[in-house]
Design a protein. Structure first.
Ligand code: FNR
Length: 201
């Protein structure tokens, strides 16, 4: 299952297919809400699709990798393989990433053709604590680096005190937050356009 959020309409820029992954299973997740906001703020040439089956993945177990991966794993790998770049919204659990997200990254990391290898990844996140989940993002950054992904450098998109920043309908309250997120997505799309010709060499 996936959700189409924004249709690329093109403005002379080559279309970019961005795959979104939220590391939260909660229906009312602030991180999933942040990812949806990012999708809505993406430039017109960016076509955002959100992965929605994190809960279906089995725990990573080498024994489950026979002739073929389990169906939810194969579907997830195909989903991210089809993307030009990836945006991950990461919750913070005990100053680290949630286990479900690490599990998904471990499944994505395995050969052949690991789907995030050589792909640009933007990390975003929010948490109810005062550091906005920045520490969890550094853990994800480390894991993505081992997987051969190209993680957007620079300022973290880590929104603190999540409950104060979202409406009951899980929309961002403040224009300043939307502007910050829009700028981060635009910078990321620029990085993708720069890197894509290099990694396809
Ligand atoms: C948390 N939370 C949390 N918040 C934070 O800022 N730093 C932290 O280290 C933790 N640790 C933590 C551990 C566990 C097990 C839970 C369940 C929660 C709070 C967390 O930010 C909050 O529950 C968010 O709402 C989780 O993100 P989603 O599910 O709303 O996307």
């Amino acid at each position: 299952m996936y959700e189409e959020v924004a249709e690329g309409r093109g403005r002379g820029e080559p279309a970019l297919r961005l795959a979104g992954l939220s590391g939260s299973l909660r229906c009312a997740s602030f991180n999933s809400a942040l990812l949806r906001e990012a999708a809505m703020l993406a430039p017109p040439h960016a076509h955002f699709v959100l992965y929605g089956d994190l809960a279906e993945l089995p725990h990573y177990n080498e024994d489950l990798r026979g002739e073929a991966d389990p169906a939810p794993v194969a579907d997830m790998r195909a989903f991210f393989a089809a993307a030009d770049a990836v945006v991950i919204a990461c919750p913070e659990y005990n100053r680290g990433m949630p286990g479900v997200l690490k599990n998904a990254l471990d499944w994505l990391s395995r050969p052949p053709d690991p789907p995030l290898y050589g792909k640009c990844v933007l990390l975003i996140g929010t948490a109810t604590g005062g550091m906005g989940g920045a520490l969890a993002q550094y853990q994800v950054r480390q894991v993505l680096s081992a997987m051969g992904a190209i993680v957007q450098p620079g300022r973290e998109v880590a929104l603190p005190y999540a409950a104060d920043h979202f409406t009951p309908e899980l929309r961002l309250r403040q224009e300043s937050d939307r502007n910050f997120l829009r700028e981060a997505i635009e910078r990321f799309c620029a990085l993708c356009h720069t890197v894509r010709p290099l990694v396809s060499l």
